[in-house]
Design a protein. Sequence first.
Length: 376
Amino acid sequence: MQRVFSIRHPFSLLPAAIAAAALSTFVTHAVAADGYLATAKKVVAAAVRSSPPWDGPTTGPTAQAGKTIVYVASDLRNGGVLGVSDGVAQAAHVIGWKLRILDGQGTVSGRTAAMNQAIALNPSGIVLGGFDPTEQAIVIRKARSLNIPVVGWHAGSKSGPDAATGLFTNVGTDPIAVAKVAADYAVVKSNGTAGVVVFTDSLYKVAVAKSDAMAKVVKECTGCTLLAVEDTPLSETSTRIPQLSTALLQRYGSKWSYSLGINDLYFDFMGPSLASAGEKSSGPPYNVSAGDGSQSAYERIRANRYQAGTIPEPLMQHGWQIVDELNRAFAGAPPSGYSTPVHLVTPENIAADVGANDLYDPANHYRDAYRRIWGK
């Protein structure tokens, strides 16, 4: 006797009521996945756009004359901190102010000494270049008592005014928005199927906030899998990441298709381990940094070797914004409230976005905008 087999949907093997509920759940999840993917595609399309138009302030107080400001750097060996100081110097020259730059040399004691020296100089304003204001709360309170406004750059886990820490405002790209774009890119590039490992450093509040935001996005993508959140100190990446990369490959194999790091440093030391395991340099795993834009990252992205994207800060533009925010403080005006849009650099747009000097400097004419505001 010839037997006839039919292929049936798995739900048809269940009792009617259970099958209906299961099918409803399946459809709901599918719609949710499709809906989130569509939203993520729009976010990523905006983030990879080259040379977006200026969306910052167009009005504000004219240049306040005769000011002296002090830029206190967390560590001038840090490329981001140094790049912002260059932007502050350029803008201060245009607006007609004097500038002193003090180096905290990468230590709490060094930053404390630099902050106390800044106060002793009796400046018109102070800039915190890349460190948490709570670390220097005593000195900042003293500055406020002397009516010296303090503006931060990457000074905390959020951008904008921060009365709790004594900052007139904190300049930077919103770190949570940065984290979400990085994770959305993994969702989009994988077509909603990414298997993700997130790298963070719990010593920094902003790092935890970013890694939590990335993990949340991955969880919202119903077809994606959050494999692990690895808490690895940035100061130990050179020794930890090679061995950890090998262990992750052994643990997850091909399920590990995307890495999301809070910055580029994790990927500086991952390539050799991936290469020795026979992984293709172009990925997977595809490595994406939620904020940084280091020279080494740009080199990897240009060559499409062991890094698929990074979200750089427009360092020079941030320097100009810092000067504008201080000018508003001197004039008794409120902060601008501006936060720079998130921009994702990938192999497809890096030639247009990053110059030969490995600097992301948006072609949005921000210098002209600030000159018009200041009357310069």
